[in-house]
Design a protein around this ligand. Structure first.
Ligand SMILES: Nc1ncnc2c1ncn2[C@@H]1O[C@H](COP(=O)(O)OP(=O)(O)OP(=O)(O)O)[C@@H](O)[C@H]1O
Length: 255
């Protein structure tokens, strides 16, 4: 990893232990990870490996038992998810998660455009920004730009995920978390959304973590690949190391 760059996000010895009666389960096990500017890291691991737990620890929806989370070198371990949301955006697997269903596409975009600012939403500003929103939505290529006044609950799953991605990146976050964001889509829409994802990440020089169960995607995209197993980071591969790997090597991850 680069030595001259400072990590944007760092986890130091992050551990989460769940105690339930006599049961004690370590779901995040002494994880240390440094994420550098413009890293696009894919994350693979079997069911229950701790991938979403890692995202929860970064975004603050999970309180650590021990360990530290830093953003730009500042200890944010005690910061609420809302406070961290000024820097971190997340797109979930479920198309229903990222958008407010009764609000229109333009209204959802307008709210996202205010992320990290204290200003309240002025509805007249939405009209002002509609042309800009339309040109953003047009990049997606699935007709979203013709639905600016449509409540998001009426969109297709693919349109809704594309909108969630646009909302997560309309103000460039320090870190973009993609939590199996293509998993609920049909194969064609999933490929289109992955292409859009890569375009956005590369064009905006974003820093991103992407959980995927598609081994092909984990190999194809990004400059780093992390493999998780039983709450630990088992492997952290560079692009060079990744290119030496074959699909068969990855099937062993799920043994
Ligand atoms: N709040 C919680 N309380 C108890 N157990 C939890 C909690 N959150 C996660 N776990 C457990 O921690 C383990 C890791 O879960 P996690 O959701 O991070 O896995 P994952 O790698 O994202 O899996 P998947 O690919 O199935 O989404 C699982 O065994 C899960 O049941």
């Amino acid at each position: 990893m680069p030595t001259d760059l400072k990590p944007i996000i760092e986890l130091r010895k992050a551990t989460k232990i769940i105690e339930n009666g006599n049961e004690r389960k370590v779901i995040l096990d002494d994880v240390s990870l440094a994420i550098y500017p413009h890293d696009f890291i894919t994350i693979l691991g079997g069911n229950g490996a701790g991938k979403s737990t890692l995202f929860n620890a970064i975004s603050g929806t999970l309180e650590l038992t021990s360990g530290t989370v830093l953003i730009d070198g500042i200890d944010v371990t005690k910061y609420s998810p809302e406070k961290r949301a000024a820097h971190i955006s997340r797109v979930f697997q479920d198309p229903k998660m990222g958008t407010a269903p009764r609000m229109t596409v333009a209204e959802n975009l307008a709210i996202s455009a205010l992320r990290g600012q204290k200003r309240t939403l002025k509805w007249r500003n939405i009209a002002k920004h509609k042309t800009e929103f339309a040109s953003l939505a047009k990049q997606i290529g699935n007709g979203l730009e013709t639905h600016l006044d449509t409540p998001t609950g009426n969109l297709s799953g693919g349109q809704r995920q594309a909108l969630s991605l646009l909302m997560a990146t309309i103000v460039a976050p320090k870190l973009l978390l993609l939590d199996e964001h293509t998993a609920a889509l049909d194969p064609k829409t999933s490929v289109a959304l992955m292409t859009l994802t890569e375009n956005l990440v590369v064009r905006q020089k974003l820093t991103a973590l992407m959980i995927t169960h598609h081994m092909e995607d984990a190999l194809k995209y990004g400059n780093r690949l992390i493999v998780m197993k039983a709450g630990k980071i088992e492997q952290d591969l560079t692009a060079g190391e990744k290119s030496q790997m074959k699909l068969e090597d990855f099937y062993r991850i799920f043994d």
